[in-house]
Design a protein around this ligand. Sequence first.
Ligand code: PXG
Length: 456
Amino acid sequence: MNLEASTSELQHLDSHHHLHPFTDPKAILKDGARVITRADGIYLWDSNGEKILDAMAGLWCVNVGYGRENLAKVAYEQLQVLPYYNSFFKTTTPPAIALAKKLAEITPEGFNHVFFTNSGSEANDTVMRTVRRYWRVQDKPEKRVIISRKEAYHGSTVAAASLGGQSFAHEMDGLPIPDIAHIDHPYWYGKGGDLSLDEFGLKTAQCLETKIKEIGPDKVAAFIGEPIQGAGGVVVPPDTYWPEIQRICKKYGILLIADEVICGFGRTGKWFGSETFGIKPDMMPIAKGLSSGYLPIGGVMMHDRVMDVLIEKGGDFAHGFTYSGHPVSCAVALENIKIIEDEKLVEKVANETGPYLKKRWQEFESHPIVGEVRNVGLLGAIELVENKEKRQFFPSDKKVGDACKTFCFENNLVMRALKDTMVVSPPLTMTVEQIDEMTDLVKLCLDLTAEKFGIK
Ligand code: PXG
């Protein structure tokens, strides 16, 4: 392939041969895709030579930033020694062993086993099968229902998309599959009404108890939630939320799954979002920041509470992927974790860049188009509203978030629009100077959006 080809040639080939995820193929035929050709640190370059600030770390994943030679070197060396072997049928490889041991060290107490996958979606498929297996081998096969939340995102396989709570994803092909239920999510700004944060947190968590009683506790297997909902709009739960969820799971004896695919590996200022919110899960799906996206890898951390049952009564674990524990992905993930440790990126987010981002973004609270600003670690969300005093949203057909995203695009900033919520999730290597640079660009795009919609 001629990498010197012009942008229009590349776009033509792309739109005629490549079906893109979460994209309208007709729109891409008309507009063409932006062609990203290289990256370094927190920046991307496109085929026109434009330099772009990537405030999304790819798709919430490039935690150590782009251009890490060490990761390339480790991959090259592992490819030479052992490019592939599997972990089925009583075999294993040194990189898979080393990564499994490292994960047991950095995850919360009691997580001593990992099942490897290639993605977060596969991790959540694994969760679904393991949860049901866990109850089945304890002679409770009727305990099958998994309770999730509205606007959750757990991936795009049939099981993961069913666990997800976004109606547009379900509408694609008639999901969810049976034995999955969805309850309200703790989105205080949008749904809290006159309730205080704490009252709303409790009330929303108690939807879990109501749902368990409605279905019957003997039929409910597990509850799954992201510590902070990511693709659902960076929904930060009130402080009362997770302790109440935890209490209810314990009371009814159902497993608690914390989906750490976005929150894991330092994003919230601790290694895992569960630690930030005091959650004590039984399983934790992981992916993204595990390898900073340099190679595909995910997994499910299994707590001893689960493993003890699987070892004692489980028999053959009839589940696995050809590339579970791929040696090259494992070697890269291990080196990626070493970078996070050596550069103290988790501490940096907790003590320096997280608080600085929060402080800078507080400035947006007085912006006429901004209803609420939310920050935890290096996650940020800005709610665009028509009337901030009345907490009144724009009609959805105005597509204000999309318009803001277009301004970002034109000004070489990658920021996600989740409906009318603008979000960032930058590399954890972002410096305070780069936070200033990003914040100035965000301000410019908010100003342009306010002007376009006549908000003063
Ligand atoms: N769980 C969570 C919490 C996620 O955010 C997955 C699971 C699935 O992971 P994989 O590796 O199978 O994609 C995710 C993925 C977006 C966006 O639009 C978010 C994700 C993926 C793609 C786009 O914000 N999250």
